[in-house]
Write a new protein. Structure first.
Length: 208
């Protein structure tokens, strides 16, 4: 029976390892939320550039949100510093009826997404490498989804062959991206199995 604690720790370690290795890093996602009297866009995650076509480096200044043309820009403008432009994804050509609105606050990586029909472009910081973490934020003061013309919902654009992070997601309304409960279920299953094994070993030990 002395082997039980060691076995328990081993199985628990396997459960934790499986829990944190079951999913790749989350793809780049922008969440548009109402925060008091403001609308805030938070972008985070990684991008897999495989499957996109590099079109060159360009100087981009400003930018905001234009739901009718599926345009969303987050992060601080790099000014005269070039951004790398990619093309080759597909998805919705709008996420509302609103026109161009500029944010009053910006911070983080400057990421530009343009998904309107005939001009689908993705701009990322110059020299960006696939898998690098990105983080950005933009704030529209005294705004609402209605005033920006943004329709709540989840919008996704994809490219490539379905590898991890070959997608860009915009969530309007703050709904989280579900994982189907896979990570929680895996841990629950592992702990349940550990408890059952412990009862079985205890029972065998009592019979001896």
């Amino acid at each position: 029976m002395k082997a039980l604690p060691k076995l328990r720790l081993t199985l628990f370690g396997i459960a934790l390892t499986s829990l944190f290795s079951v999913r790749p890093a989350q793809a780049y996602t922008v969440t548009l939320e109402q925060s008091g009297s403001n609308v805030v866009a938070n972008g985070s995650g990684a991008i897999n550039l495989t499957g996109l076509t590099f079109e060159g480096s360009f100087s981009i200044a400003g930018g905001g949100i234009n739901p009718s043309l599926a345009v969303i820009v987050t992060g601080a403008s790099p000014g005269s510093v070039n951004e790398d432009r990619y093309q080759g994804f597909s998805g919705p050509t709008s996420f509302g009826s609103g026109g161009l609105s500029f944010p009053q606050g910006r911070s983080g990586d400057f990421v530009v997404f343009e998904g309107f029909l005939g001009a689908t472009f993705f701009y990322v910081p110059h020299g960006y490498m696939s898998g690098d973490a990105l983080s950005s934020r933009s704030t529209w003061n005294n705004a609402t989804f209605a005033s920006l013309g943004a329709t709540p919902g989840t919008y996704e654009w994809t490219w490539g062959t379905g590898l991890p992070n070959q997608n860009f997601t915009l969530i309007i309304g703050g709904a989280g991206v579900p994982d189907g409960g896979s990570t929680v279920s895996l841990l629950d299953f592992a702990l349940f199995g550990l408890a059952a094994l412990r009862r079985k070993l205890s029972s065998q030990g009592g019979k001896s």
